[in-house]
Ligand binder design. Structure first.
Ligand SMILES: C[S@@+](CC[C@H](N)C(=O)[O-])C[C@H]1O[C@@H](n2cnc3c(N)ncnc32)[C@H](O)[C@@H]1O
Length: 281
């Protein structure tokens, strides 16, 4: 494999991770993770109710399934991920919501198995921070987008992650999570680089709208989801991956103990910058 091939196809290997990790992602919906895109979708749906939307790197598919609800029954969502093992989980999730205007397909963002100009909307959420060549990925997503269509992406910037109070186990989780991303060639500054990647990927500045949001975890329900999700992941099959990655049993127990203690703190705060871009082709 040439250096270029290796650069353009390698990405975080989620394939070794368990169902539990993806279950953790299912609290994400179109409403809490793609709110910046909803007004645009509403207007496209009005003029083109039969629109086709591609979701790339969709993981457990909860954002895809709720996007399918948003665009309505005449539209169609193609939910894709590099990892074939996660797609049945995404399908089960869509079924649990009664969503039927959706199909599932394995796809690498670097080599999408679709013709040029195939989709009205191409979307991804938290993908580019996990691939080694994000600008190539954007170029490929733009290739399959119809002229006049919309590409949308939202990326967190892990270096802006703030956790309070600084319980040692919470800080260890933050470091572990960041180390895993780096070890697999991902980026901790995806949010701040998103606009640069879009320009390198072939979009003109005049085609791009940028907005910034955050992930804020202070409310009871989101605190619970976040912290109990971490503890569930580390006590499930993924514990083995964490041990192999270098965390000790004691450190894992400390992370679980402190994340659960953090949920009970009234001053518990966790947030991260999110950059959102919309590119009109
Ligand atoms: C952090 S998860 C985000 C999943 C989902 N978009 C969400 O927000 O819940 C990143 C996803 O990107 C997928 N992924 C990683 N590299 C990829 C690639 N080269 N092509 C397509 N998907 C990829 C992973 O398998 C994983 O499901």
């Amino acid at each position: 494999m040439s250096e270029k091939d290796e650069k353009s196809t390698s990405s975080v290997d989620y394939r070794g991770l368990g169902k539990d990790v993806f279950e953790f992602f299912t609290h994400r919906t179109a409403f809490n993770s793609a709110a910046y895109l909803l007004p645009v979708l509403e207007s496209i749906t009005k003029s083109n109710p039969g629109l086709r939307l591609l979701d790339v790197g969709a993981g457990a598919g909860s954002v895809s399934a709720t996007l399918a609800q948003v665009i309505g029954p005449e539209g169609h969502v193609v939910c894709t991920d590099l990892a074939p093992s996660v797609l049945p989980q995404a399908e089960a999730f869509a079924q649990s919501l009664g969503v039927t205007n959706i199909s599932f397909q394995t796809a690498d963002v670097h080599k999408l198995p679709f013709e040029n100009d195939s989709f009205d909307v191409v979307h991804c959420h938290q993908l580019f921070g996990h691939v080694k060549a994000p600008s190539d990925a954007i170029r490929e997503m733009l290739r399959v987008l119809k002229p006049g269509g919309v590409m949308a992406a939202r990326e967190g910037d892990k270096e802006t992650e703030i956790v309070w109070p600084p319980l040692p186990g919470m800080l260890k989780w933050h470091k572990f999570d960041s180390d895993v991303v780096i070890a697999h060639g991902g980026s901790l500054t995806a949010g701040r680089q998103l606009l640069s990647w879009a320009l390198e990927g072939g979009a003109k500045r005049s085609q791009i709208t940028v907005s910034y949001g955050n992930w804020l975890t202070t409310e009871e329900a989101t605190k619970e989801t976040y912290a109990r999700g971490i503890s569930k992941v580390l006590t499930g099959p993924t514990r083995q991956n964490a041990l192999q990655f270098g965390l000790s049993e004691d450190e894992i127990d400390e992370i679980c103990r402190d994340t659960l203690a953090w949920v009970d703190r009234e001053d518990a705060t966790w947030l991260m910058l999110q950059t959102e871009i919309i590119i009109r082709k």
